[in-house]
Write a protein that binds this ligand. Structure first.
Ligand code: AMP
Ligand code: MN
Ligand code: MN
Ligand code: MN
Length: 299
C-alpha cells in the first residue's frame, strides 16, 4: 500500500522548505497524498496547490495546525481539506497571529535578560514568512551564540521552564475546531501522546471534552511514536468513534532527521486512512453550502 503524509510545515511557518520543494520531496517519496499544515497560517497553500498540479497522481491537501490550550497543556489541532480563503478562518488566524506577535516581543525581552540578546529583525531575516516561531529564534541563537544544535538552544533557553520561555495566549480546542469546520475542514488532534503510554488517561480526559465539541480524528501515526503509542491512539479512536490520521511533522532542517512520508525512517501512514477522512470532509463542505445554515451563510 502507498503511503501518505498529512502533517508538514513549510517556510510559511517554521519549516525550511518552500511549499513547492515539499511537493517535490513528497512526489519523489511516491506519496499518495500530502498535506501542508503550517502553524497558524495558510499563506503557503496557494503555492502548494499550484505546485501539486504537476503531480496529479498525488492528492494535495490544504491544511493548517493550530496550537490550543487545555488544562494547562498544549493540544494541537490540525485542519485538513480546509477552504483557506474562508473569512471565519482568516479572522481566527489574524487573532492568533496577533497573540503570537505579542509573545515574540516578550521572547526578545526574556532572551535579553537570559543573556542571549536577539532582535526581532534578526529573527525575521531567517523566517522566510510572516509567522515567526521559536525555531526561528533558535536558528539565530544557535549561530550567534555558537550552540551545536537547535535542540541545545531549546534545552537552554526556549523550552518551557527555561529563562527565555514565555507562553503564548492560546485559544481553546473548541475554537480551533469550530474555525476548521467553518472552513469545511476535518479537525484532527495532532500527536495526542508524546511522552509515554501513561498518557492514556490524560488523552481520554481531553477526548471526553473535545470529541463532543466536534473533533473528527486523531493522529495515530507520527514520526516520534513507537508501535505502542500508535496502538494506544488507535484504541482511543475506536473508543471515541474518531477517524485516524498521520504524518511526519516534517520541518526541513528545523526537524533534523525527519523526512516527508518516512519520518525518522520507520513511519508508514497507510493510504487507506484517506477515504474516511474524505467522507468527513464531504459532510462539512455540504454543510457549508447548505442555505439553512444561517450562521455560516452570514460570512
Ligand atoms: P512556537 O509555536 O513559536 O511556540 O514554536 C513551537 C515550535 O517549536 C514547535 O512547533 C516545534 O517546531 C518547535 N519546538 C517546540 N519545542 C521544541 C523542543 N523542545 N525542541 C525542538 N523544537 C521544539
Ligand atoms: Mn513547528
Ligand atoms: Mn504540533
Ligand atoms: Mn506540526
Amino acid at each position: 500500500m502507498k503511503k501518505i503524509d498529512l502533517h508538514i510545515h513549510s517556510t510559511a511557518s517554521d519549516g525550511t522548505l518552500s511549499p513547492t520543494e515539499i511537493i517535490a520531496a513528497a512526489a519523489s517519496a511516491e506519496l499518495a497524498a500530502v498535506a501542508l499544515t503550517d502553524h497558524d497560517t495558510t499563506d503557503g497553500i496557494d503555492e502548494f496547490m499550484a505546485a501539486g498540479k504537476a503531480h496529479p497522481e498525488m492528492l494535495t491537501i490544504p491544511g493548517i495546525e493550530i496550537s490550543t490550550l487545555f488544562d494547562g497543556r498544549e493540544v494541537h489541532i490540525v485542519g485538513l481539506f480546509i477552504d483557506h480563503h474562508n473569512p471565519k478562518l482568516l479572522e481566527f488566524m489574524k487573532r492568533i497571529q496577533g497573540e503570537r506577535h505579542d509573545r515574540n516581543l516578550k521572547l526578545v525581552e526574556k532572551l535579553e535578560q537570559a543573556g542571549y540578546p536577539v532582535s526581532l529583525e534578526e529573527v525575521e531575516a531567517v523566517s522566510g514568512g510572516k509567522i515567526i516561531g521559536r525555531p526561528h529564534f533558535a536558528q539565530v541563537i544557535k549561530e550567534k551564540y555558537a550552540f551545536n544544535t537547535l535542540q541545545d538552544v531549546f534545552e537552554n533557553c526556549l523550552k518551557r521552564g527555561t529563562p527565555g520561555y514565555h507562553p503564548r495566549v492560546l485559544p481553546w480546542p473548541a475554537e480551533a475546531i469550530a474555525a476548521i469546520h467553518a472552513a469545511g475542514g476535518v479537525a484532527v488532534w495532532a500527536h495526542p501522546v508524546y511522552r509515554n503510554q501513561n498518557e492514556r488517561s490524560w488523552v481520554r480526559r481531553v477526548l471526553r471534552k473535545i470529541a463532543p465539541e466536534g473533533l473528527d480524528a486523531v493522529e495515530a501515526y507520527y514520526s516520534k511514536f513507537d508501535a505502542t503509542q500508535t496502538r494506544i491512539v488507535i484504541e482511543l479512536a475506536k473508543e471515541f468513534n474518531l477517524a485516524l490520521s498521520g504524518g511526519s511533522d516534517f520541518h526541513g532542517e528545523n526537524s533534523p532527521g525527519v523526512m516527508p512520508g518516512t519520518g525518522f525512517g520507520g513511519l508508514e501512514v497507510p493510504e487507506n486512512l484517506l477515504p474516511p477522512l474524505l467522507e468527513i470532509a464531504k459532510k462539512y463542505i455540504l454543510k457549508q453550502s447548505d442555505p439553512s445554515n444561517k450562521d455560516l451563510k452570514e460570512e
